[in-house]
Design a protein around this ligand. Structure first.
Ligand SMILES: C[S@@+](CC[C@H](N)C(=O)[O-])C[C@H]1O[C@@H](n2cnc3c(N)ncnc32)[C@H](O)[C@@H]1O
Ligand SMILES: [Zn+2]
Length: 177
């Protein structure tokens, strides 16, 4: 386990570049294969490969960037999500997640971590996002393990998590015939 704050089991982690295991050292993890070092701050490993961009969803242009910066502020972001109807979405997601009791649930693009509130009590939550600002927002509500990383280069070992494809009536019919 990394650091003092509840953290990510190190054996789940993989170097996002060469996919090999990482070993733990003070304030960092190191890839056993390529030797790349990734810092660990308050138990949160940082696997971002390019310079961090606060407010990933920022639009181009000065007005877009200004709006993006404002909307990226965690309480503003939560308010915008609420106005956009996130509560209804969370109710639906919560129903889907009932089957996750006892599992470790990875929330890719976790934002400020709203989904954690609708997990079954026995499930464990793992947050992953590429935006440090969202991490700050997440930390105001949760001490669950978190990873700074890119969804297109997941810093997790292959087969460390089961993939649950979304089950739709059409998919169910296909599986049953
Ligand atoms: C629309 S928000 C959804 C947030 C959250 N799932 C929720 O329901 O409130 C999308 C999130 O994905 C993150 N994101 C965008 N591109 C990403 C990437 N390549 N890797 C990781 N996170 C990414 C953004 O920082 C943002 O927090
Ligand atoms: Zn590596």
């Amino acid at each position: 386990m990394l650091g003092a704050v509840p953290s990510v089991p190190t054996d789940l982690l993989a170097c996002p570049v060469c996919r090999d295991v990482v070993t733990e050292g003070p304030g960092r993890v190191t890839c056993a294969s390529c030797g790349r070092r990734y810092s660990v701050d308050d138990g949160v490993p940082d696997f971002l490969l390019s310079p961090p961009v606060d407010g990933l969803d920022a639009a181009p242009g000065p007005i877009g960037r200004s709006l993006g910066a404002i909307v990226g502020i965690p309480p503003v972001y939560d308010l915008v999500q609420r106005l956009a109807g996130v509560e209804e979405t969370l109710t639906r997601v919560g129903r889907k997640l009932e089957q996750a009791a006892g599992a470790l649930v990875l929330d890719i693009g976790g934002g400020t971590g709203r989904i954690e509130a609708v997990l079954p009590a026995a499930a464990r939550y793992l947050w992953l996002d590429a935006d440090r600002q969202k991490l700050r927002g997440f930390r105001t509500k949760s001490a669950s393990p978190a990873i700074l990383g890119d969804a297109t280069r997941l810093p997790l070992m292959d087969r460390s998590l089961a993939l649950r494809p979304r089950e739709t009536p059409a998919r169910r019919r296909r599986l049953e015939t």
